[in-house]
Design a protein around this ligand. Sequence first.
Ligand code: PGA
Length: 270
Amino acid sequence: MRKPVMAGNWKMNCDNEEACKLACAVVAGMGDPGAAEVVLGVPATALTTVVGCTEKSPVGVAAQNMFWEESGAYTGEISAKMILSTGAQWVIIGHSERRGRFGKLEAGWTDAHVAYFGDSDVTVNAKTKKAIASGLKPIVCCGELLSERQAGKADAVVSAQVKAMLDGISAADAAKMVIAYEPVWAIGTGEVCDADEADRICGIVRQTVAEVVGQDVADGMRVLYGGSVKADNVEGLMAKPNIDGGLVGGASLKAEGFIPLIKAAAASVA
Ligand code: PGA
């Protein structure tokens, strides 16, 4: 039995005061998550604050990115060690908004490859290795663009991303990872991927993990779905055999949006 994970991704939202209010409201309202793990992915500036607010709760705290070097002349970056020093234990790596696979132009959604931060399969792999070596638990993201889905390439794109993130990682280390499947076209758009299709692709993620590091690791791997997860679709997603939780953006920004998702994850293993 895999422990489900319900992870919020606050993105670039919440100053310290707002972060404290939101984390406290989640802790106060979530009840007992049972066997489910709850993680809040917060801005780097709020890590220490949120660790403090969640101290006496089962909520884990994640950074949203990290750099793969230990320290040095990398202006603006933060290291795994710095994240750990705040008390956070998790890190989100390779989100599509960082991979430069996210196009958001003035006129609305397009598939234009607006490279905000330039993460690639290679840097995602480097960050994942460093996170694991440092003792951080990585949630590593993959997912296809709308144009790739329309061209019938979703399976191949996701499988290639999973192979790349696992490159050079031992089975023992891969077992410390969580993988999030987030179709780029479903992120922040309100357009959730059909639960059967999300389950099918999460199955491809698992099968790829099995091919690269073995069936045992694949069987234990938590594979999350992300992309417009909210109260009215979470149960259908959580009921699927290959979906072990969610990585949630918009609906994690209000306690009343995120708490039902935590409860659904808890109920899925109750
Ligand atoms: P969303 O974001 O839930 O707002 O679609 C998900 C994510 O980007 O992790």
